[in-house]
Design a protein around this ligand. Sequence first.
Ligand SMILES: Nc1nc2c(ncn2[C@@H]2O[C@H](COP(=O)(O)OP(=O)(O)OP(=O)(O)O)[C@@H](O)[C@H]2O)c(=O)[nH]1
Length: 466
Amino acid sequence: MVLDDLGNSLRDSLGKLSGQSRVTEEDVEEIVKEIQRSLLQADVEVSLVMELSDSIKERALEEESPAGTSARDHVLSIVYEEMVALVGDSTEIPLEEQTILLAGLQGSGKTTTAAKMAWWFSKKGLRPAIVQTDTFRPGAYDQAKEMAGRAEVDFYGDPDEEDPVKIARDGLEATSDADVHIVDTAGRHALEDDLIDEIEDIERAVDPDRNLLVLDAAIGQGAKDQASQFDDSIGIEGVIVTKLDGTAKGGGALTAVNETDSSIAFLGTGEEVKNIERFEPSGFISRLLGMGDLKQLTERVERAMEETQEEEEDWDPEDMLKGEFTLKDMRRQMQAMNNMGPLDQVMDMIPGMGGGGGLMDELPDDAMDVTQDRMRSFEVIMDSMTEAELENPRAIGASQVERIAKGSGKDEERVRELLEQHKMMSQTLKQFQGMGQGNMERMMKKMQGGGGGGGGGMGGMGPFGD
Ligand SMILES: Nc1nc2c(ncn2[C@@H]2O[C@H](COP(=O)(O)OP(=O)(O)OP(=O)(O)O)[C@@H](O)[C@H]2O)c(=O)[nH]1
C-alpha cells in the first residue's frame, strides 16, 4: 500500500512530541487526523479508518507512557500496533503438498501471480505446477506457459479444450508429480453469474486447500463487493495484493481482508516472477510509515512498561525516607522524573526551582537537556552494576569503577560523576528528612505519578543539577 506521505506527516506530528513525556488531546487529534487523511486517500474504507483512529486515540490518552520511554515513542508504538492489528497476520501458507485456487477480476494479475507463487514455492524446495484453466481470454494459455517457463516450473494447459473444469481435472492428473498445484482461473467479475458458476465447478473439481483472491492494489472501494461475492461463492482464505510497485493505493486490500475475514498472503511488486514477497505485517507497516524497525521499538516500550509495573509493585517511597538512599532509589527517582516529563517542566513544579524567580531562571536554556543526557548515561551505567553495588554504592572502589565503565561503554569519569551525584542527593535527602514526613511524601508521590503543585519550602534542591 502506498500511503503517500503518511510517514512524513506522521514524523512531523510525532516530532512535536519530542521532549514531552505526556501527550495532550490536541496532540493525539493531530496525529489521528494525519493517519485518517492518508488512509482515506489510500482508499481504506471509512469504517475501518474510524475504528483504527478510535483505538489509537483511546490508547494514546489512557495508557501511561512507561518510564524511560518518550511520549513520541509510546504513541508511535501504539500507532504501529493498531495498524498491524488492522492488516492482521499473514495467511498461513504451509510448506507442504497442497492445491491453491486463484480467483480474481480480469487483469488483476492472476496469471502472473500463479507463476510468481510457483517460483516462490520452488525456492522453498517444493515442486510446484501451474494449471491454467483460463479458456476465456485469448492469449492466457501462451502467457501462462511462457511465465511458467521463466519460473522453471511444471505447467499444464490445453488451448484446444473449452471446458475449464475438464482442464483442471486433467491438469492435476498430468502434474501429479508436483507437490503444490496452483490453479489459475479466468478473470471474472464477481457479479457475472455464469462465470461464478464456472469457478464454483472448478473449485468442486480440484478441491483446493485454499482459495486466494488476487486483487490489484488500485481497486479501492470496488474491493468490498468483489471480495464478498467471491467469498460467498467459493470462500476466500487469503488475499494477494498485486502491483504494489506502481502508484497504487492498496486500501482496497484491507477492505477485502476485512470483508472476507481473511488475511493477506502475498504482495506482488513487479512483472517478473521474482517480484513476489510473503506478506509480513510488521515489516509492511514499518515500511508504510517510512520508519525503521518499529517492531523493535514496540518491544522496547513493552519491556519498559513491565519493568515500571514491577518496580511500582515493590517500591514504597516511604522506604526511601527511612533507610539508606541507594542507587536503586536514585534510579527510581530518575525514572519517576522521566515519567513526569522533561526536567524543566518537572522543576517548574517544585517550589523554588521553577520559573518566576526560581533557581531554573538562572540556568542556561539548554542546561536541562544536558542533564537529561546525563540521566540517560547514568541509567546505562547503573545497568552495568551488580545488585550489591546498587544497594551499597559506597563500597564501589577504583577497580569496580573500571569494570563498570568498560561494561557500560562510558568513561570512568562518568561513573565517578554518578557516584558523586548519588552522594550529593543522599546528603540533600538527609536535610529534607528534617522537614516533615508529610511534605516529603507529597513530593515523592508527585515525582512518581505526576500531578500539580504542592510541597513546601524546598528551595535550593538540586538533585540533578549540573
Ligand atoms: N507492475 C506490475 N504489474 C503486474 C503485477 N502483477 C501483474 N502485473 C501486470 O498486470 C497485467 C495483468 O496481469 P495478468 O497476470 O495477465 O492478469 P490476469 O488476472 O491473469 O488477467 P486475466 O487473465 O484477464 O484475468 C500484466 O501486464 C502483468 O504484467 C505487479 O505486481 N506489478
